[in-house]
Unconditional design. Structure first.
Length: 302
């Protein structure tokens, strides 16, 4: 029998909680010392933030490079976003590499082990109550584990980060809506992918993700994978739920967001590195995709 834990696999910290409003017991935000947050090491992750809601728990956790978490399971079902870094998760005889822009769902008591790579990882997660999982099942969700990687995942992750940063009385409702959106997106993508995705489409996706900052054209991508541009456009939209141009735009915004949060580079330099013509184009696209300006995004995470 492997260990079953509550919440993320982190080193034990004595936590004190403060209610956001004196008029209500929830949300409650854990008080985590700066020393604890800076001490990401050992054989566990380090909790950066924990928010308790009436029927959910939100967490942000950092894992140091090259640590391994032995076989374990979580008491609650959860949705998790890989915000930075990557790791390999082992489940039975299968291994899966989970990278930035990936979201996973794991049912309660799902056994797995994790191996973090040379860059470590930052993960945000939300535990799901049994009642919410039951409602999702009634709506058609099969309750099975899944993982999905897409630039659209970054937007879902941003919404969870916003609730972690500024929880309020509406956070429980927003988190349940977010979980529903994520599971619906993954379920539809899985059905579309099994029917429409092919090897050349996977090559096209990888080519785009490797070259997103370059001035890509539909013709150039089609030539790289050996298909007609019109065929590429139709099949890519069928399997990914968006146009090639939208996919590239999301990748550029996701890269820019990571640079805004993790570096002190000027916004103009980030715009060029992400493939935008200038800072103005980045700002317009970033606001359209995320709902905030690059400067506001950077300020929120400082």
């Amino acid at each position: 029998m492997h260990s079953i834990i509550s919440g993320p696999t982190v080193s034990q910290q004595p936590l004190q909680f403060d209610a956001v409003s004196p008029a209500a017991a929830f949300p409650r935000v854990a008080r985590i010392s700066a020393r604890s947050a800076d001490d990401a090491g050992g054989s566990f992750g380090t909790l950066l933030r924990r928010v308790e809601l009436p029927a959910s728990v939100l967490t942000s956790t950092v894992y140091a490079p090259r640590i391994s978490l032995s076989q374990h399971a979580h008491a609650s079902a959860f949705v998790l976003f890989v915000r930075h870094g990557s790791f390999v998760q082992r489940h039975g005889w299968r291994s899966e590499c989970l990278e930035r822009s990936t979201c996973i769902y794991r049912p309660a008591c799902d056994e797995h082990a994790d191996d973090f790579d040379a860059s470590g990882a930052v993960l945000t997660a939300m535990d799901l109550s049994p009642a919410l999982v039951d409602r999702l099942r009634e709506a058609g969700f099969d309750g099975q584990r899944f993982s999905v990687r897409s630039p659209f995942v970054q937007q879902f992750g941003d919404r969870l980060d916003a609730e972690l940063a500024r929880p309020d009385a509406m956070s429980q409702m927003i988190v349940e809506a977010l979980a529903t959106d994520v599971i619906a997106f993954a379920s539809r993508r899985g059905r579309q992918g099994s029917a429409a995705r092919s090897q050349w489409q996977e090559r096209a996706r990888r080519f785009i993700e490797d070259q997103f900052a370059s001035p890509l054209t539909l013709a150039a991508i089609a030539a790289a994978v050996g298909v007609h541009p019109v065929h590429l456009a139709r099949q890519f939209r069928a399997s990914h739920g968006c146009t090639v141009g939208e996919y590239i735009r999301r990748l550029r915004v996701a890269f820019a967001r990571q640079q805004l949060v993790a570096t002190d580079l000027p916004i103009a330099a980030i715009a060029l590195a992400a493939g935008f013509c200038d800072q103005s184009q980045l700002s317009k696209t970033f606001k359209r995709v995320t709902g905030q300006t690059p400067a506001a995004c950077r300020a929120q995470h400082r």
